[in-house]
Design a protein around this ligand. Structure first.
Ligand SMILES: [Zn+2]
Length: 249
């Protein structure tokens, strides 16, 4: 077939039109078909920040955090701090063993501050004995099942500062490890345990104040209802975790 100079253009036009039709149909289709609409939405991705995730698999948790935020055993930081981890025994207000192992784990930066408190106290012939440190979130849930009362147990809906590895329950001991007199035993949920309780012996109130002063000096703050409980001042930057005590080096 012969084409003259202008005759090529209608054929070229037809070819362009034939090629364009499928795209045109696809575009119109995309305006109405839900599959195309969904393809335009941003993909759903999980937050990559482990500190915002309450349940982090142990292996991922340990490897992703900076060194100062990792949970460590207090004995690796200061072996002079004495342990009486009550939830690893049945000697607690729930009368149940809740921890698999008697370990005081804390965020490393918090453990280092506690070690400084111990060093300060040794200068005056005293030391620390800890009752509870990091508490796995699953244990908080377990406690709530046994006793669902926010006066005694942290509500899992909010979690506990112990779940963040940034809270400690503790008391003072002398050189021999004997506990100093305090207004009440650990986990006494009466007004006698309140930090401003003015009853009891003068010695118990002095000892309570001594503990509070030593803890404050290194960046811990007490709560009003429990003389034995202290939070690290920066507790809010640590997430609630559910790492088992046995997995902490
Ligand atoms: Zn506590």
């Amino acid at each position: 077939m012969k084409f003259n100079r202008f005759g090529k253009y209608p054929i070229a036009f037809m070819l362009v039109l034939l090629c364009a039709i499928p795209y045109g149909i696809a575009s119109l289709h995309g305006l109405h078909h839900p599959t195309f609409v969904h393809a335009q939405e941003p993909p759903q991705v999980q937050s990559p920040q482990p500190e915002l995730n309450p349940i982090v698999p142990e292996s991922i948790f340990m490897s992703q955090l900076p060194s100062w935020a990792r949970l460590v055993d207090i004995r690796t930081v200061n072996p002079n701090i004495r342990l009486d981890i009550r939830y690893a025994t049945a000697n607690n207000f729930l009368k149940q063993k809740l921890y698999s192992t008697a370990k005081c784990a804390l965020r490393k930066s918090v453990a280092q501050k506690l070690a400084l408190v111990q060093t300060d106290l040794e200068k005056i012939g005293l030391g620390l004995k800890v009752y509870d440190c990091y508490r796995p979130f699953s244990v908080t849930k377990q406690m709530w099942q046994v006793l669902p009362d926010p006066r005694y147990v942290a509500n899992p809906a909010r979690g506990s500062r112990h779940n963040r590895g940034a809270a400690i329950d503790l008391t003072l001991v002398d050189r021999t490890g004997k506990e100093l007199e305090m207004p009440t035993p650990f986990d006494d949920f009466t007004v006698k345990a309140h930090r401003d309780y003015q009853g009891g012996s003068a010695l118990s109130r002095n000892n309570r104040q001594l503990l509070e002063d030593a803890m404050k000096k290194q960046g811990f703050m007490g709560i009003t209802t429990e003389w034995w409980h202290f939070d690290s001042e920066d507790w809010e930057k640590f997430a609630i975790l559910d790492v088992s005590l046995g997995a902490i080096p």
